[in-house]
Design a protein around this ligand. Structure first.
Ligand SMILES: Cc1cc2nc3c(=O)[nH]c(=O)nc-3n(C[C@H](O)[C@H](O)[C@H](O)COP(=O)(O)OP(=O)(O)OC[C@H]3O[C@@H](n4cnc5c(N)ncnc54)[C@H](O)[C@@H]3O)c2cc1C
Length: 378
């Protein structure tokens, strides 16, 4: 057994790299199984204002390459548009995020070891790399939704969805507006159209099945949003974990989980960058000995409650119709009660919607009946 030092980070994704960036009092070795951080790419890169300004402070303006002042929701009943004075969402450049963070952590003196898959060793805190056994005092398991460390400590994440997306070239009239499409042909999630500029956009959807005729679904989505001419340049995607976060993301006080291995994601959209920006700094402080484990778990608990509330609301919404919250958002928007920074605060949107129930629900029923009648007439 080789004794290697204090902190090992498994995974050079946003979670592992951002946490490493904040660790300043200890040397860190980051192990990444792929040879280029951030590749193969999988993420759409949409974040709210909190995550955008957090990442901008660390990585500079270049990390954001588009801002969205509006969103169009295509529900099965009708189209709902929200236009705001301030950006509701931002596009983060990935894998540029991982590339830039990798350079920054190396400049701090941390070591990045690429092309090496690490497995949990037999003893807590020990790691296996091929035939070698390495010993670290602490391990950060930032190894994503297929985390081997999570599997050993808490069991695997079983509830997952595959995000499939196409990079398309087209003439995009409104590059600062993104679209969300709800349809029966995507029963488990929704579809999205996210322009990157006037010429390039991402069209994607979430599905429980791996291969679901992607070309046909992309064609359907582009028709729904009114995009007639486009050329698919390439497909990419990945897995979105849809399980509630771990109650305590720490195993035997030696292995600390962050990111998709917890998974600390927004259950309605699958967005994971927000949870990472919330937790990376406190986790780094814990490992640098600046805060106690108890303090760290108190901080985590605050976020846990937020995400678990979202998770419970989403479970109800899934049974009733994924598009249901959009009607409440529309009413909040009309009443000037919807704020652009609530992009990440789905539980607050739900709480604010409760007094609107007597108003929004009849409107929703009316809208459904009208849509059914229109279908019948056709
Ligand atoms: C299609 C899709 C669209 C998305 N869109 C958005 C979005 O718009 N906004 C948003 O906020 N989030 C989005 N997400 C989610 C976001 O990408 C993730 O939450 C985020 O990447 C999680 O970061 P992570 O570092 O925890 O895990 P990952 O990014 O998965 O990084 C884990 C890293 O660990 C490495 N690794 C794994 N196991 C080992 C091992 N044993 N040894 C060594 N290395 C290992 C992997 O190679 C990988 O590089 C999307 C995800 C998908 C799939």
């Amino acid at each position: 057994m080789d004794t290697c030092g204090k902190i090992a980070v498994i995974g050079a994704g946003p979670a592992g790299l951002l946490t490493s960036f904040f660790i300043r009092k200890n040397d860190v070795i980051i192990f990444e199984e792929h040879t280029s951080p951030g590749k193969p790419e999988h993420c759409t890169g949409i974040v709210g204002s909190f995550t955008a300004s957090f990442l901008k402070q660390i990585l500079g303006d270049g990390i954001i390459d588009n801002k969205y002042y509006g969103v169009v929701f295509h529900t099965p009943h009708r189209k709902i548009e929200l236009l705001l004075n301030k950006p509701i969402a931002y596009h983060i450049k990935r894998p540029f995020l991982e590339e830039k963070l990798s350079n920054m952590v190396e400049k701090l003196g941390h070591r990045l070891v690429l092309g090496v898959k690490v497995k949990p060793g037999e003893k807590p805190g020990s790691l296996r790399v091929g035939q070698r056994s390495l010993q670290f005092q602490k391990t950060i398991a930032a190894d994503g939704s297929y985390s081997l460390f999570r599997r050993v400590c808490f069991g695997p994440i079983r509830n997952k969805i595959y995000g499939v997306q196409a990079v398309v070239k087209a003439n995009i009239d409104f590059p600062n507006i993104f679209h969300i499409v709800y349809t029966n042909i995507i029963p488990d999630f929704f579809g999205w159209f996210v322009p990157l500029n006037e010429e390039i956009a991402l069209i994607g959807y979430g599905t429980k099945k791996h291969f679901n005729y992607p070309q046909r679904i992309i064609k359907y989505l582009s028709r729904r949003i009114g995009l007639s001419n486009y050329a698919i340049k390439r497909f990419f995607g990945g897995t979105i974990p849809l399980e509630p976060p771990l109650r305590k993301p720490v195993c035997m006080e030696k292995i600390f989980f962050i990111g998709d291995s917890i998974p600390l994601i927004k259950p309605y959209t699958g967005g994971g960058l927000y949870g990472i920006t919330l937790l990376a700094l406190p986790l780094a402080k814990l490992l640098d000995g600046e805060i106690t484990l108890e303090r760290y778990l108190n901080i985590y608990n605050k976020y846990y409650k937020k995400f678990i509330a979202q998770y419970r609301i989403v479970n109800i919404v899934k049974k009733l119709g994924y598009w249901l919250p959009v009607f409440f958002i529309e009413d909040l928007y009309r009443l000037k009660m919807f704020k652009e920074y609530q992009f990440d605060e789905h539980e607050r949107i739900a709480y604010k919607s409760i007094p609107l129930l007597p108003y929004t629900l009849p409107r929703l029923v009316f809208s459904s009946i009208t849509a059914e009648l229109n279908d019948f007439k056709k």
